[in-house]
Design a protein around this ligand. Sequence first.
Ligand SMILES: O=P(O)(O)OC[C@H]1O[C@](O)(COP(=O)(O)O)[C@@H](O)[C@@H]1O
Ligand SMILES: [Mg+2]
Ligand SMILES: [Mg+2]
Length: 339
Amino acid sequence: MKTLGQFIIEKQADFPYAKGELSRLLRDIGIAAKVVNREINKAGLTDKLGEVGSINVQGEAQKILDVYANEQFISALSSGGECCLVASEENEEVVLLNQTVSKNAKYAVAIDPLDGSSNIDVNVAVGTTFSIYRRKSKEGPGQLEDILQKGTEQVAAGYIVYGSSTMLVYTTGKGVNGFTLDPSIGEFCLSHPEIKVPKSGIIYSMNEGNYVHFPEGVKKYIKYCQVEDDATLRPYTSRYIGSMVADLHRNLIKGGIYIYPTTASAPHGKLRLVYECNPLAFIIEQAGGRATNGYDRILDIEVTEIHQRESIFIGSEDMVLKAEEFMAEYSPREISKTV
Ligand SMILES: O=P(O)(O)OC[C@H]1O[C@](O)(COP(=O)(O)O)[C@@H](O)[C@@H]1O
Ligand SMILES: [Mg+2]
Ligand SMILES: [Mg+2]
């Protein structure tokens, strides 16, 4: 059995100039994930359910575990010394890390400390996402430019899913590997080597409660999946957990598509490009899948703000291509801007 730490060190050889900084940074993320996992597992017993009473920059009521997870990841990255700044869903501005420890830190990290917050109080799978960039600014305090980079510039990305088991899945641009937390030894162990997403699948995943506000192209794609016009075809099946990381993870393993398009209440989409769309798009592409906003590749989209939102079509290549066909036909870009 290979632990995450052993695997990271072993894979360091893939990067001839590596000095271990990225390995140590991934280690720090693994440590914070274990601490957060411990609290999530017993949240009902430790008053960690419910809201803290504050509203974050997204206008969402912050959950106690949103704030707790945020603090744990920022403190692990801060004491680890390999990260100069963090952009987080829970902080309006970037967080500059302790200058003494991180003076020469080479990396900047974006995180969604707790993804699927609406599910945390009801014991449904939630997640954490992380996206790692090499800083652009010279040493000293990190700069906004270090994190406002296109998704193509990510040097590593991944997520943790806190589900029936807890898994950490990540890529450094050389394939995707999954590690399951073995609570008896407190280690993430390699359980899913070289994950490849099936080219196609039968699962479509979106909040159909927003159906009437969806672009016409998405409505038509849903009807296509519901095989409205040919009952002989094998039916697709709808699955929606409401935690993007958990929906993405299921589709990564079984094949499927997750769509969060523009809606009337979210004209630019709901999900955030920097710490939700980009890390998951890097993972899915490295596993052989596809991630676009219905038109453009997510990883090529210009990043201008840390909390910028984007619509997302992500998952099995054939399914995303099919959905894009419907977008091109029924919601060609020009029209979709006005409707
Ligand atoms: O309730 P909706 O509109 O379907 O949105 C659910 C989506 O929003 C999210 O919860 C947003 O993430 P956060 O919970 O981190 O804010 C995604 O995980 C999920 O896929
Ligand atoms: Mg999220
Ligand atoms: Mg969140």
